[in-house]
Design a protein around this ligand. Sequence first.
Ligand code: AMP
Ligand code: GLY
Length: 422
Amino acid sequence: MNVLIIGSGGREYSIGLALSQDEKVDKIYFAPGNGATAKIGENISYESYDSLIESAKEKMIDLTIVGPEAPLVDGVVDRFKAAGLKIFGPSQAASQLEGSKVFMKNFLKKYEIPTARYIETDNIDEASQFIDSLSTPIVVKADGLCAGKGVIIAQSHEEAKEAAKGMLSGESFGDAGKRVIVEEFLDGYELSVFAICDGEEYKLLPAAQDHKRLLDGDQGPNTGGMGAYAPTPLIDEALYRAIEEEVVKPTLKGMQAEGMPYEGVLFMGLMIVDSKVKVLEYNVRFGDPECEILMPLIRSSVFELFDKGASGKLNELDIEISEQKCVGVVMASQDYPYKSSKPAEIIVDEIVDPHLREHCHISYAGVSEIDGKIFATGGRVLVCVGLGESIQEARDRAYELAAHVHFMGKQCRMDIAYQALS
Ligand code: AMP
Ligand code: GLY
């Protein structure tokens, strides 16, 4: 089978790496891919979705998998399907679950899925009135996609009003902020749970935890994610079942009722407050770096999982999840997340210990190939992934691998998975 993966990050690299070890897969293409994906497949550049569809036909692609949200929100899935190509991901309509926070919150309310109390509005007076009714901190969110920057956690009523004003005037985020959500702050711990969905059925993957802040101890600015691990011991079987019954099932039923059955990866950003689950957000794709630590935990065929997901046949499939634990440590470039850094050559020392070699690997993200060498050219450069019988062992291996990786200005958090170990 020939597979096309749309995207260029560590997430797409890790999907490609898993597929490259799958005996059902002959050839992997990445569009556009990065400097390292060319080592496990072939990169194709494209100018428009139409030209990508032409390439997919030419290369006789059997299945396309979409990594990031932007092409999904643009309707890439609808276009591929209209051209008779099999593709795994949600339709443009279903992608509103991520593309519009107003759509998402109203959906949660309509189908009685637990979430933070909120209002949605395009009116500053209405926003201010609701802000006054809440105690601080107060959360203000722009409706549309803002590259992860559209959520403000305000420490005072004034700050919340300023944030809402900035959004509604179009000043902060343009059209994406013309409607806002104001909601209560939830105090608990965050989890990422992923379901592979085919419109009706789903397969749940182990619950993961991301680390969004730049610095140890969850300090510093928000980032795309500085590391992740799975499965997290912070939830037990009962909570896992509650997530299925109170979130996953009603979400799939609700999307069917809305006439937009959900097919693709459903990423549930959850907050656990006093052992109760609440939905912070949905994303319509894998998390990054969560994907990098979940892919290695899938024992059964990853190709089949996505292929059956794209064919409405997940009910035919039993997936096997490894008993192992997985930890991923992101290595970022010097000035991440503030500005881009100068390209820096990446040197990886040879790993002599065969045991370590077998239980760790690098998932490459913001890298380019220049004259046969790999350079760090993006913000989040790569993820050091370690596997083990325990979180501690997996984490030790991820950090041992990290000690073998060198590039000018590299930075990483030293406390990934601390919540699981404390
Ligand atoms: P979102 O894009 O909606 O997931 O928000 C980004 C981040 O802001 C989340 O991962 C949380 O850490 C935080 N956040 C969002 N909404 C809330 C809330 N209601 N209470 C507490 N933290 C929140
Ligand atoms: N790691 C969080 C995200 O991909 O949105």
